[in-house]
Design a protein around this ligand. Structure first.
Ligand SMILES: Nc1ncnc2c1ncn2[C@@H]1O[C@H](COP(=O)(O)OP(=O)(O)OP(=O)(O)O)[C@@H](O)[C@H]1O
Ligand SMILES: [Mg+2]
Length: 135
């Protein structure tokens, strides 16, 4: 597997999320994603970016284009140094929110991704990595 273009963007405020969505859409087009696949990865990324801003106190996203033989994909890593998540299994449950959201962001992002991983430590921060391969 080889990594192609990569880009890191800050996620501190809602304008940053708009910019990320535009950049990600462009990378998805470059990787040959269908319109449906573009929308899926942009939607998943928007949920994770909102969490980074709202709960993580801001952070950054890394966008990486992947090539594995004939397969093309995109890997996204969202990282913050916020309060972290004490109970990851609970946070992943549909309907669980510690704020006033719907509690569907993490589960939704996982369902929209080919691969999903989350690593979080209370007091240290949170890192969520998703990959979507072109169908
Ligand atoms: N980066 C993060 N740092 C700290 N806590 C987080 C982070 N991301 C998610 N969480 C915790 O996980 C919970 C569930 O997140 P999820 O995105 O599924 O739902 P939500 O953000 O509460 O609501 P929704 O995304 O549906 O508007 C959040 O309420 C929050 O407690
Ligand atoms: Mg959310």
């Amino acid at each position: 597997m080889t990594a192609g273009r990569m880009l890191t963007m800050p996620l501190r405020k809602s304008e940053d999320i708009v910019r990320m969505r535009q950049a990600l859409r462009e990378h998805a087009v470059a990787q040959g994603f269908s319109l449906v696949d573009q929308t899926k990865i942009v939607t998943a990324a928007s949920e994770l970016a909102r969490n980074t801003v709202e709960y993580g106190g801001g952070g950054e996203v890394e966008i990486v284009e992947l090539v594995n033989g004939a397969r093309k994909g995109i890997r996204l890593t969202f990282a913050d140094h916020g309060p972290g998540i004490a109970d990851i299994a609970l946070a992943m449950k549909d309907g669980y929110t510690s704020g006033n959201g719907l509690g569907l962001g993490l589960g939704g992002a996982k369902r929209l991704s080919s691969e999903f991983s989350i690593d979080s430590r209370p007091g240290e921060g949170t890192r969520v990595t998703i990959t979507r391969w072109r169908l």
